[in-house]
Design a protein around this ligand. Structure first.
Ligand SMILES: [Zn+2]
Ligand SMILES: [Zn+2]
Length: 271
């Protein structure tokens, strides 16, 4: 494993199964040199089961662990900020990573990654038009890029989470591809790093990583910057997908990725 930095991880302060300390100990065991927790930010208008309730305690705990394990690993206090997050003060965080998890139709929030049932309801809210739904999703991704110029864009095609077998919409259709390519193009133009994420596979929800492998050739040709993220919610899967991810990217012609190392984004060779 060439990549020894992992900055997309969840713990008991949001929807993860383990405490930050358990996650860090597991990261040390797995050989990581740089490890960040990235709890979910609070979302506007709704109490969610997956977002963080007590940011001050979270920051305090990560700060304590940073110094406790300083001789073994560099620990970072990060935040996964959702497009619909409350306006916020980002003081005290080492880095932010950004995501779109929800679509809003007639004032109702639908998590595109919540469950097949919710996705089914979302399809109905779009009159059964999966392409319209996806266009709406990628418009929000572009709006996020426009407004925030994020360092890292997480799981860019999260809207495909329940679409294995193209159950809801055909990902080879030019309407779908037009929407996703337009969002990827804009991310590249903004110099935002695009995350390659195996998290849904670790949780048994999906068979392929984000972004879908058929997008990797496009990303390589356009010179996109990629970062491997675990989106880990359980210490037993701390490095899940890292070896496979390195192989996958090498096979698609990438010789390096980007990672957060020693407090900054740096290039990491994977050959
Ligand atoms: Zn996420
Ligand atoms: Zn996440």
């Amino acid at each position: 494993m060439k990549i020894k930095s992992s900055i997309h991880n969840h713990c008991t302060f949001c929807d993860g199964a383990n405490t930050p300390e358990e996650m860090i100990l597991s990261a040390i065991d797995a050989g990581f040199t740089d490890f960040g927790l990235s709890s979910h930010s609070m979302i506007e208008c709704m109490e969610t089961c997956w977002s963080m309730k007590d940011e001050e305690s979270y920051k305090k705990e990560i700060f304590r662990l940073k110094s406790k394990y300083a001789d073994k690993i560099r620990v970072y206090c990060g935040l996964e900020v959702d497009y619909h997050s409350l306006p916020r003060d980002n003081a005290g965080y080492d880095y932010l990573i950004d995501s779109v998890h929800n679509l809003v139709v007639d004032g109702r929030y639908y998590g595109v990654d919540h469950s097949v049932e919710v996705f089914d309801e979302l399809m109905r809210a779009f009159g059964g038009d999966g392409f319209k739904l996806c266009e709406n999703y990628y418009d929000l991704v572009k709006d996020l890029l426009y407004k925030k110029n994020p360092m890292v864009l997480c799981h860019v095609d999260l809207v495909t989470k329940f679409n294995d077998g193209y159950k809801f919409f055909d990902e080879s259709d030019k309407r779908y591809l037009g929407a996703v390519f337009s969002a990827l193009d804009y991310a590249i133009e903004k110099d935002t790093i695009i995350e390659v994420n195996y998290g849904a596979i670790a949780r048994g929800c999906k068979k392929t990583p984000y972004p879908a492998a058929y997008l990797l050739g496009f990303l390589r040709d356009k010179g996109a910057k990629l970062l491997l993220g675990a989106d880990c919610h359980n210490k037993n899967y701390i490095s899940f997908g890292f070896r496979e991810g390195e192989e996958l990217l090498k096979n698609h012609g990438f010789d390096h990725v980007y990672g957060y190392v020693d407090g900054a984004i740096r290039e990491i060779g994977i050959k």
